[in-house]
Ligand binder design. Structure first.
Ligand code: SF4
Length: 294
């Protein structure tokens, strides 16, 4: 299989067939991000011959694959034409496949019309994962995400109209010291107007190679304490009214939360309250600074 560098996929895509159609990220500018820094290029579209070879190799292992996950930070940036070609290629090798997932940036959806998105849905694109991180414009701007909360709302509504389901990545700690609760409330306001199937929360872990680290050195930004991050996550859950599933499966979360909202909301909040009451900042901090890799 042609896998370049570290392959990132959401924890809930563990049983999907991972096919590399892109590598790296077209944006590559979020201040906190150090993903894909092991690649010698910013973004690369895999040659179709490579994708074919990988599908053929996978066919040798599995006769049927219900779900495929296209790897790379944002394969959804590809034109509808390219995404159509890739889906047809998947069909050649796995005629009974049901859906194709991938990471997407909000800005990848912008140029696609509702008609194009509907066609992509028919081709199987569904359950895409968007690294929204937050609904707070101040944090989105500071971190250079390249879109605002209005864009998130408008583009996700387009997905909904086209019948493409989506999941969000949320980044606990993105607001900076003293802003966690306020930012979580703003995010809940946005998410409550949308329909993310899953909200996967990671906790901000800052590496020295990130631009955010430089901002901290210059005194432009201060990290939330580990306890503030937990309070922020609790605030987000408290304020979410949309039916969704919230999970914190990645390595950045020492304290795990996993449940369906609204059914398990009280249970999750009680769990977090207990963790916050008994938390030892220095122990949580030790975990954070010793986390070698996300
Ligand atoms: S967070 Fe996502 S969009 Fe931003 S630079 Fe990293 S991979 Fe690209």
């Amino acid at each position: 299989m042609h896998y370049s560098g570290t392959i990132w996929r959401p924890p809930y895509e563990a049983y999907s067939l991972l096919i590399q159609v892109t590598a790296g990220c077209t944006h590559h500018s979020c201040k906190f991000c150090t993903l894909y820094e092991d690649l010698p290029f910013k973004f690369r579209l895999s040659p179709l011959a490579e994708v074919k070879e990988d599908l053929a190799e996978a066919k040798g292992y599995y006769s049927k694959v219900p779900r495929i996950f296209f790897t790379g930070a944002n394969p959804f940036v590809l034109s509808t034409d390219k995404l159509r070609t890739l889906a047809k290629m998947v069909r050649e090798y796995f005629p009974t496949y049901e859906t194709i997932g991938c990471f997407a940036r909000i800005t990848d959806i912008t140029p696609k019309s509702i008609g194009e998105l509907k066609e992509l849905r028919v081709l199987g694109y569904d359950g895409i994962t968007i690294g929204v991180e937050t609904g707070d414009d101040e944090a989105l701007t500071f971190m250079n995400k390249g879109f605002g909360s209005k864009d998130v709302f408008e583009q996700c509504k387009k997905l909904e109209e086209a019948g493409i389901r989506y999941n969000f990545f949320y980044l606990t700690g993105i607001y900076g010291a003293g802003r966690g609760e306020k930012g979580a409330k703003k995010t809940a306001e946005l998410f409550n107007r949308l329909h993310p199937q899953i909200i996967e929360s990671s906790m901000l872990t800052i590496y020295k190679t990130s631009e955010l680290y430089q901002e901290i050195q210059k005194g432009n930004w201060k990290e939330e304490s580990e306890i503030e991050k937990l309070v922020e996550l609790k605030t987000l859950i408290e304020n979410l009214t949309v039916p969704t599933r919230i999970v914190t499966d990645g390595a950045s979360n020492l304290i795990q939360v996993r449940g369906n909202l609204p059914k398990e909301k009280d249970k999750l909040i009680k769990h977090l309250e207990h963790q916050i009451t008994n938390a030892d900042e220095s122990l949580l901090r030790e975990y954070r600074v010793n986390l070698k890799h996300l």
